[in-house]
Design a protein around this ligand. Structure first.
Ligand code: GLC
Length: 525
């Protein structure tokens, strides 16, 4: 056993937007395969691929019509096998995304459910109910869709079905044994092909309160990850993961499950990574924390304590395909860029595993000014155009060249890349000594070389207000200045890495900057 996941650096590839191999303007599996060397030189351990299964793409592929195939837009099963084989040759593990909470409305099961009469077993794979009101004209309860509006849609014969997301994503009934059995086969299908594990979408959602009670709340979505809701994080969901864990453990190699779970407290989140359940759960607390020393410290202390209690490590996440990019979240422009780079160094030095969302290593900001007619996120349409949704963090990767789409595709990209990204391309940043990409590569190489980094203990060092410093082992310190003014620090060690473009270390840490100090032992270098 290597327990590789305990301190793995995992890179999230948003398949549509990473690299386009066939020139149709949409990223695909062949494109990813060609670009794997970028991930090797970045120094990550594993890649998580967002869904690439056949899908009408009502929610960027998180609406799956067939869990055992590849959508033609992204390639074929043979392309998947080739990608997996190449990744393994290069020493990269591969996680695929599974979407068990809901299917697409184009899934054969949903077609069968619609064709069947109320009460038919075909309907029981989903959550169909009669409506309220005299003629059943009102939804069965007051649940809200995460994407806005009611979580119920009525079908021709008058019944309603539940969809916690878009109406084109009907929720499965996980109390139905057929659903459970079929999903086990889906997991086995990918395990047999050799995947190293799964990112589990909406892992907290599969079991709903059996009585489907009203919440009695006017506004439910702000409680996501903060409060209790009868459709999320129900105790019974853990039975499913105990069962899946047995399946994972029955395979050779260490296959893992990573929960995308939103729980009301970090204690409840830690329940997903108990020894007989999943290996990791995304810890979104750092991503949600404002840029401030006390907030970051509180999150670190709490996250480490709650996962340690169940014997797991935590995961550090600054961004993904669902949230505004860190550069923009931390204030945009130069300030946001400095903070995002410092936050990356801070998180890479912490105990546990790290997730990097594609483009973070280039310091990409959120694209805020996409034209309305190219936006594809259902949040945009379901909010009546009041919420721009998540397309701004899904703009394709800039690889090289002087003009959009900067080597992403030989055709026109599905979302336009901003002209300004000319200076942000991988090629451009490779040739510049002080680029974000260089910082990421240096830091991740050091993380591998220094045994005290990754899994293990952390010890806080006393520092002036606004600065956080922690020690890992006797010879390594990470210090981060959350303020805007420089602070003089008395810390031992030589400069290993710093998040700003400066060189050398004179004992003064500029604002919005992180620094790694220490010494590398000969034998570990
Ligand atoms: C997860 C995904 C998100 C998707 C939703 C519904 O939160 O990360 O992109 O829209 O689940 O599947």
């Amino acid at each position: 056993m290597t327990n590789w996941w305990r301190d793995a650096v995992v890179y999230q590839v948003y398949v549509r937007s990473f690299a386009d191999g066939d020139g149709d303007g949409i990223g695909d599996l062949a494109g990813i395969r060609e670009r794997l060397p970028h991930l090797v030189s970045l120094g990550v351990d594993a890649v998580w691929l967002t869904p690439f299964y056949p899908s009408p793409m009502a929610d960027g592929g998180y609406d799956v019509a067939d869990y055992r195939d590849v959508d033609p837009t992204f390639g074929t099963l043979a392309d998947f096998d080739a990608l997996l084989a190449r990744a393994h040759e290069l020493g990269l593990r591969v996680l695929v995304d599974v979407v068990p909470n809901h299917t697409s409305d184009q899934h054969e099961w949903f077609a069968a459910a619609l064709a069947a009469a109320p009460g038919d077993p075909a309907r029981d794979r989903y959550l169909f109910r009669d409506g309220r009101g005299e003629r059943g004209e009102l939804p069965p309860n007051d649940w809200e869709s995460v994407f806005g509006g009611p979580a119920w849609t009525r079908v021709a014969d008058g019944q309603w079905y539940l969809h916690l997301f878009d109406p084109r994503q009907p929720d499965l009934n996980w109390r139905n044994p057929q659903v459970r059995a079929d999903f086990r086969e889906v997991l086995a299908f990918w395990l047999d092909r050799g995947v190293d594990g799964f990112r589990i979408d909406v892992a907290h959602g599969m079991i709903k309160h059996p009585e489907l009670p009203d919440t009695g709340l006017d506004e439910q979505i702000s409680l996501l990850g903060h409060g209790e809701l009868p459709y999320f994080d129900q105790d019974e969901v853990h039975e499913i993961y105990r069962d899946w864990r047995q399946l994972f453990d029955s395979y050779r190699g260490e296959r893992i499950g990573v929960a995308e779970a939103w729980a009301s407290t970090s204690e409840r989140l830690a329940r997903y990574v108990r020894p007989d359940e999943l290996h990791q759960a995304f810890n979104f607390a750092l991503l949600e924390a404002p840029w401030s020393a006390p907030d970051f410290r509180r999150v670190v202390v709490e996250s480490l304590a709650t996962t340690a209690e169940v014997g797991a490590t935590t995961t550090w996440v600054l961004g993904n395909h669902d949230v505004q990019r860190p550069v923009t979240r931390y204030g945009d422009g130069d300030l946001g860029s400095r903070r995002a780079r410092a936050a990356a160094l801070f998180s890479f030095a912490l105990p546990g595993s790290v997730y990097v969302y594609q483009g973070e290593e280039l310091g990409l900001p959120e694209v805020l000014d996409l034209p309305d007619d190219v936006r594809q996120d259902p949040i945009w349409t379901r909010s009546g155009g009041t919420d721009p949704g998540r397309d701004g963090c899904r703009v394709p990767m800039p690889w090289s060249g002087d003009a959009p789409p900067f080597g992403f595709s030989s055709g026109e990209s599905w979302l336009p890349l901003p002209e300004e990204w000319k200076t942000a391309t991988v090629a451009e940043q490779e040739s510049s000594g002080d680029s974000v990409l260089r910082t990421y590569r240096d830091a991740l190489a050091l993380r591998r070389a220094i045994p005290a980094l990754g899994d293990g203990e952390l010890e806080w060092v006393d520092t002036p207000e606004g600065v956080l410093a922690f020690r890992r082992g006797p010879d390594f310190v990470c210090a981060t200045n959350f303020g805007t003014e420089p602070v003089a620090l008395e810390l031992p060690g030589e400069l290993l890495c710093r998040s700003d473009a400066a060189t050398g270390w004179n004992g003064v840490l500029p604002g919005s900057t992180a620094v790694w100090l220490g010494k590398i032992h000969e034998e570990s270098a």
